[in-house]
Design a protein around this ligand. Structure first.
Ligand code: UDP
Ligand code: MG
Length: 323
């Protein structure tokens, strides 16, 4: 009887990408299990992704999976980045609903309760959190992030909610749709929006990390922002073509002006500095746009190669067999 009852319970999978999170993991585990105990009507699965951590993260996960059957982990052969971690989690999660959460407690575990209720009662496919005030970001990161959201809103047809976090609870249909998007250059915030489905947005102020430091430095963030643009907008290519066209038109008009001027007043040799400046400017613009085309081409190159998004080295299942 008891078994039958258990079978009918819905399951929530909590996917947690972890990179050097030895300090935050025990705190996160304690908090999330508290919530799991409170939510009696659902089963839980905690799927941790060890993204090539260099600290004690893997050992902590091994220990947790030994003492708690709900804990699973996938350990990568090296650091593949948070995007790879999220993909591995979504692909391997077995729950009816899947939540993605950071290990650093910036995504408060108690929110899972509200998110699940909203999905069940209000009929959403997904409940996602956004923190548009970017509290806790440095002034420079705040400034660039705000600029980035304004830019992407203009140049991409896939809407991006300002301050959207990766923290969200999704139903099985949405998860399957995301897993089916197997692109190598992943920008999940765009992918979540691209697949559609009804999403409820909840605004909150993300607290600071409980321990450890952010795993995203300026360059990593810059590459991530560029990834978002390259993956979800081809506007830079269009702009480069338009500007190229404008330069051609200007050159054509200049040629006519110069011919007429030479015919009327002859050709006094002057103006080479301005000519040198123009040559420098135009070749600069050409190189810049070649660079933009190159960036798209390099992404295309990587897509065509179909490299794996992540490589697994160890999971809790193998460890259990070893024993
Ligand atoms: N993370 C990861 N791989 C990476 C970088 C980060 O799995 O290469 C994880 C990290 O362990 C954390 C989450 O992604 O659980 C968010 O990272 P972090 O809190 O450092 O980013 P921030 O909140 O500063 O944007
Ligand atoms: Mg964080």
């Amino acid at each position: 009887m008891k078994k039958e009852n258990k079978k009918t319970l819905e399951k929530i999978s909590i996917v947690v990408p972890c990179y050097n999170e030895e300090e935050t993991l025990p705190i996160f585990y304690e908090e999330i299990t508290k919530i799991a105990t409170e939510m009696k009507k659902v089963e839980f699965e905690f799927l941790f992704i060890n993204d090539g951590s260099k600290d004690n993260t893997l050992n902590i996960l091994r220990e947790l999976s030994k003492k708690d059957k709900r804990v699973r982990y996938i350990s990568f052969s090296r650091n593949f980045g948070k995007e790879g971690g999220m993909y591995a989690g979504l692909e391997n999660a077995t729950g009816d609903y899947v939540a993605i959460m950071d290990a650093d407690m910036q995504d408060p575990p108690e929110m899972v309760k509200t998110m699940y209720e909203d999905i069940k009662e209000e009929g959403y496919d997904c409940v996602a959190l956004c923190s548009p005030n970017h509290k806790g970001y440095s002034p420079v990161r705040k400034l660039f992030t705000n600029w980035w959201y304004k830019l992407i809103a203009k140049i991409s047809s896939t809407p991006q909610v300002p301050g959207a976090r990766d923290f969200r609870l999704m139903n099985r249909k949405m998860v399957d749709a995301i897993v089916n998007m197997k692109e190598y250059n992943r920008y999940s915030k765009g992918i979540f929006s691209f697949v559609g489905f009804n999403t409820k947005w909840i605004e909150y102020e993300a607290p600071d990390r409980v321990a450890g430091t952010s795993k995203f430095n300026f360059w990593k963030l810059f590459r991530y922002a560029l990834e978002g643009i390259l993956a979800f907008s081809t506007t830079p290519l269009v702009i480069s073509a338009i500007i190229g066209l404008i330069f051609c038109l200007i050159a054509f008009i200049l040629v006519i002006v110069i011919i007429i001027k030479t015919l009327i007043i002859g050709d006094p040799v002057s103006g080479w500095p301005s000519l040198a400046c123009m040559i420098m400017f135009v070749s600069g613009v050409q190189l810049f746009f070649l660079g933009i085309i190159g960036m798209y081409l390099s992404k295309l190159y990587l897509e065509v190669k179909k490299r794996p998004i992540y490589i697994t080295k160890e999971t809790e299942k193998e460890k259990k067999k070893e024993k």
